[in-house]
Design a protein around this ligand. Structure first.
Ligand SMILES: Nc1nc2c(c(=O)[nH]1)N[C@H]1C(S)=C(S)[C@@H](COP(=O)(O)O)O[C@H]1N2
Ligand SMILES: [Mo]
Length: 562
């Protein structure tokens, strides 16, 4: 039989009919057709499914070996992690916003699953290609390795070893593919009515190797890959060791404590607690794998436009008088009414004091803080040297910083969005100028300066909640950091703005809870909230998206009252 260049005529649905004209099918065309169908199914299995399985098993094997290699050689350079991290960095802001909108805080899991699915599909394709158009399958797997290696070596924390795990993964994958393809059963089924098919696979040594045998090999390769990956994660002692170190730490007693004043917590069901528990605190960062920073080797270097460089170790930091401060942290990506904001009791040391030791130059106007994973933030030096509680934090709500919130040391700066101030896993402060240095998100189109905007949020009642007519408590939070909130007003439908009652504010640098008694009438209603700052600024109703310097507009909720 003559095959089209792609060999695809074989796969056409009408092939059996044309191969077996009705006349010669005999008295039982149904049985006959069934046999032909079975034959086709078998052949399709052999031509597509088994080669795909070879590809998938090879890539599973390679990926597992790559994970193991990463654990041994370069923990930060696991092929999945570096590709994912690079995708995060390369993704246009709209894609990131869409991912956060779609998956929320599961966005990273979704990304990893997405990478896995794409890899799975490509792996299947590599298997088929390797059978039909050798060596294209090997080339494709090699390309995965190149992508991983490039991603790994362009990460901020790249070392000479960074491309190694991806390269090893690709080599292992290619070898497995060559091994498995050689063990594929021949695509043409012997002793059948259809003439044997010739294709690229037929120059494999014939006979002796059947489907079951092949599947055992493929399954074995996959299992080895999984074992290697598990071994790799077992060796990822770093992250786990850091968790253990963290758990063993007892922070020194604060020299100054911060108390939440009576009356700051309204204790309304569904209203965000005035101090956010660590487990509920939003987490935003670019780190796919949380950096494992050992306090034992941690140090902070202060340099740049300074009279003298200062280096601080963990023990030196803990020996300093540490104070508690309560500060609200907000993300510039927080939509109006969103949850990317939280309030915590931080324990730390004033950055002001450390900068004073270094002696910043008079014309320096920015401090570029750098994380162990390469993230940077550019903070106006004034915000670090004025009277606000800008600190190097080591504690959060009475515990050492959780690993994902920056353990062992992060920055907290009241009144500035996190992306320009709240560097987690901080290891370096460079005193510089805005016209000389730029930071991670400013390089990606976000504003150079990021003061947190005056805003307010309705927490209860929830949207779409059905309520009974009569008195209903409306409650939420409002903030205008470093300025303070003078008042909050609520509007029902298009009625008058009415004063809500403010809880006691912890300080100007924290959000404040508010409540409003609403005498609800039946029907659908829209509730709207606006805050007024201590400086008289009224929260604008003008809607703006989060890019480039934070969202504006009024939060509203629609509820139906019976
Ligand atoms: N190292 C590092 N620090 C970082 C970031 C980051 O991506 N990497 N993101 C910043 C941003 S955008 C915000 S809003 C805060 C969030 O801090 P949290 O995760 O503790 O809430 O961390 C900041 N610090
Ligand atoms: Mo953020």
């Amino acid at each position: 039989m003559i095959l089209a260049p792609t060999g695809d005529i074989e796969e056409r649905a009408d092939a059996p009919c044309s191969a077996f004209p009705r006349g010669i099918l005999g008295p039982h065309p149904g049985v006959r057709a069934y046999a032909v169908r079975m034959h086709e199914t078998r052949r399709r299995t052999r031509r597509w499914l088994l080669p795909s399985a070879a590809g998938v098993a090879s890539v599973a094997f390679g990926a597992g070996v790559g994970q193991l290699a990463a654990a041994v050689l370069a923990p930060a350079a696991s092929p999945f992690v570096v590709v994912g991290a690079s995708l995060i960095d390369l993704a246009p802001p709209w894609a990131k916003d869409a991912a956060i909108a779609l998956f929320g805080t599961a966005d990273k899991a979704a990304l990893l699953i997405g990478i896995g699915l794409v890899l799975l599909a490509l792996a299947g394709a590599a298997g088929v290609l390797e059978v039909r158009r050798p060596p294209l399958g090997r080339v494709l797997i090699g390309l995965f390795g190149v992508v991983g290696a490039v991603a790994a070596s362009t990460r901020a924390n790249a070392s000479m070893l960074s491309p190694a795990p991806s390269a090893i993964a690709a080599i292992a994958g290619v070898l497995a593919l060559m091994f498995l393809v050689r063990r594929l059963p021949a695509a043409d089924a012997p002793a059948d009515e259809t003439p044997p098919v010739t294709d690229a696979a037929s120059d494999r040594p014939p006979g002796g190797v059947d489907r079951r045998r092949f599947l055992a090999w493929a399954g074995g390769a996959t299992a080895l890959g999984v074992l290697a990956a598990l071994g790799g994660s077992a060796l990822q002692a770093g992250a786990r060791a850091v968790t253990a170190v963290r758990e063993a730490i007892t922070l020194p007693k604060p020299t100054t404590t911060a108390a939440v004043p009576a009356g700051a917590e309204l204790g309304i069901d569904g209203l965000a607690p005035v101090v956010t528990p660590n487990g509920e605190f939003y987490r935003i960062d670019t780190a796919l794998a949380v950096p494992a920073v050992d306090p034992g080797t941690w140090s902070l270097r202060i340099h740049g436009m300074v009279d003298r460089e200062v280096t601080l170790t963990w023990d030196e930091l803990l020996a300093l008088p540490l104070a508690e401060s309560i500060t609200t942290l907000a993300c510039v990506s927080n939509e109006v009414g969103g949850g990317l904001i939280g309030n915590a009791v931080w324990l730390g040391y004033p950055i002001r004091e450390l900068l004073a030791r270094a002696g910043p130059a008079a014309d320096a106007d920015m401090v570029l803080s750098r994380s162990a994973d390469g993230f940077t933030a550019g903070t106006p030096i004034d915000a670090l040297t004025d009277d606000r509680d800008s600190i190097l934090a080591v504690g959060m709500n009475g515990e050492p910083l959780p690993v994902e919130h920056g353990f062992p040391v992060r920055m907290v700066v009241p009144g500035l969005y996190g992306y320009v101030s709240a560097t987690k896993w901080v290891v370096d402060l460079e005193v510089t100028r805005f016209d000389e240095a730029s930071a991670y998100w400013t390089d990606r189109g976000w504003s150079e300066r990021g003061p947190v905007k005056l805003s307010s949020r309705i927490d209860v009642p929830r949207s779409g909640q059905s309520l009974a007519a009569g008195p209903i408590v409306v409650a939420g939070v409002a903030w205008h950091q470093h300025v303070g909130v003078k008042g909050v007003e609520v509007q029902v439908d298009d009625g008058q703005w009415q004063d809500a009652t403010l809880a006691t504010a912890i300080s100007d640098d924290t959000w404040v809870q508010w409540r409003f008694e609403w005498d609800a009438t039946s029907g659908d209603h829209t509730l709207r909230v606006r805050a007024t700052g201590a400086d008289g600024d009224v929260q604008t109703s003008k809607r703006q998206g989060v890019v480039p310097d934070g969202a504006t507009g009024l939060h509203e909720r629609t509820v139906s009252v019976d």
